[in-house]
Design a protein around this ligand. Structure first.
Ligand code: MN
Ligand code: MN
Length: 454
């Protein structure tokens, strides 16, 4: 099967995708897992979703949600068929690579104040120097209050950056291997250079920053210890290209899948099978932690949900099907030699289905079975949705994983589907609008399908 550029078969498709992607661009301004949950909760309430109540037997058409620590979410629309017939599950991740603050971030050097960071997820560190950054996160205070920080993106906001060395003096730097061009301990964010107006103290620039932060947020230096703060690129999501066929933005891995599965979940009305949409956190650092997919929160919730029907979760999961919604690498002709053209994904050829991920001989992968692949193929083909297959890159060139392996641990049939992305994990990732739009259509078709799993 060979996929083709979508424009060759349907010239109006880009037009159809435009409106959907205007909303998608707005969504991309939610750049952390907490911001995604903050965005979703009021919409869920408005659309009639009720917070899950333990022991309640929900009826077909009812919509419920469970918020895990303001960082992960599970949303359910109860289907017409009994829950014992299985669930249709879509999982995506709300976190993206970024620069996290260290617990003691603020320091002064050479009359300049900086925040020290520990990068989060797989980044090319040199890409994070000399670009505008915005700061976000939360600070928990002693009085039980939580302060939310979001600065650097609204018009008139200041921005921040990691500095880089001028080429004139970079002779030695440029000889270094790429991982060392900017080292982890050089990812310090410049936040000020103006001293506090008292001659007697040392560290006056740092003091001035603390003074500003106290006035703005009511925090002292100790409060950084009980904070989760990070820096993300300050670029605004934008149309890309003269033909406006693409979107350039930070965080499309995995916001492209989070947004499309969210829209499909909201659209899921009286589905045949119960639909479950999961936003997971911590994928970019290996899914560990109680908001990641290795946590029991997913299974615990489902156990609570199905036990009201007198069922055991393992029997329900065995009959269920899950889309692990995550992006894949689109072939980039500038680096064409790392891709195998018969099995990689292309921009603008529709959602990409990946049978397996992993590296070094399919190590650490959920390798979807022929039957699972066929089940998805039937759904997509019946709904008339063009799609393509995609392997990440050439064998032995590298590799990567998704949460599909964490999901399939639950004895749950799982397959990866997402959109192809250029410059993945960079501060400015590129997708095609038609791929994003068709991914939404594909997830919706999966949620609406009456097709029974063998
Ligand atoms: Mn991802
Ligand atoms: Mn990723």
């Amino acid at each position: 099967m060979k996929a083709r550029n979508l424009g060759e078969s349907d010239g109006s498709l880009l037009e159809q995708a435009m409106g959907f992607c205007e909303e998608y661009k707005k969504f991309l301004c939610n750049k952390t897992e907490r911001e995604v949950v903050d965005y979703a909760l009021p919409i869920l309430k408005e659309r009639g979703y009720k917070e899950f109540t333990l022991g309640k037997k929900y009826r077909p058409g009812e919509k419920i949600y469970m918020n895990n620590r303001d960082k992960a979410l599970i949303m359910v629309t109860v289907g017409k068929r009994p829950v014992s017939d299985g669930l249709r599950i879509g999982v995506s991740h709300t976190d993206s690579p970024r620069l996290d603050f260290k617990p003691n971030p603020l320091f002064e050097d050479t009359d300049m104040a900086y925040f020290k960071t520990h990068y989060y997820g797989g980044i090319k560190k040199y890409q994070w120097a000399a670009i505008p950054l915005s700061l976000r996160g939360v600070i928990s205070l002693k009085n039980g209050k939580t302060v939310r920080v979001k600065i650097g993106e609204d018009d008139g906001d200041p921005v921040f950056c990691v500095t880089d060395l001028l080429p004139h003096l970079a002779m030695n730097q440029m000889k270094k291997p790429a991982p060392d061009i900017i080292e982890g301990e050089q990812l310090n964010i410049l936040v000020g250079c103006w001293p506090f107006g008292d001659d007697k103290v040392s560290g006056k620039v740092k003091l001035n920053i603390m003074n500003i932060l106290f006035e703005k947020y009511g925090i002292t230096e100790k409060d950084f210890l009980t904070a989760e703060l990070c820096a993300v690129p300050a670029f605004k999501p934008a149309d890309m290209g003269f033909d406006r066929s693409m979107i350039g933005s930070y965080g499309q891995d995995d916001s492209a899948c989070v947004f499309t599965s969210f829209m499909a979940e909201l659209e899921s009305k009286d589905p045949e099978f119960t639909t479950v949409t999961v936003f997971a956190d911590k994928e970019e650092t290996g899914s560990d932690g109680n908001t990641g997919m290795r946590s029991f929160f997913f299974r615990d919730f489902l156990e609570d949900f199905v036990s009201a029907y007198g069922l055991q979760v393992r029997h329900v999961l065995k009959k269920s099907m899950c889309l692990s919604c995550d992006v894949n690498a689109a072939i980039d002709p500038a680096f064409g030699d790392v891709f195998e053209r018969n099995n990689c994904s292309f921009l603008n050829r529709g959602p990409v289905v990946s049978k397996y991920t992993g590296s070094r001989g399919k190590y650490s992968t959920n390798d979807a079975s022929a039957e699972t692949m066929c089940f998805l193929r039937d759904i997509l083909d019946d709904a008339g949705i063009p799609w393509q297959v995609g392997e990440l890159g050439k064998v032995d060139i590298g590799g990567g994983g998704t949460i599909a392996s964490e999901i399939s641990l639950h004895n749950l049939d799982t397959v990866d589907m997402g959109v192809p992305v250029l410059s993945m994990h960079s501060p400015f990732e590129v997708t095609s609008k038609t791929d994003v739009y068709l991914l939404y259509k594909a997830i919706l078709a999966f949620y609406k399908s009456k097709l029974e799993k063998n």
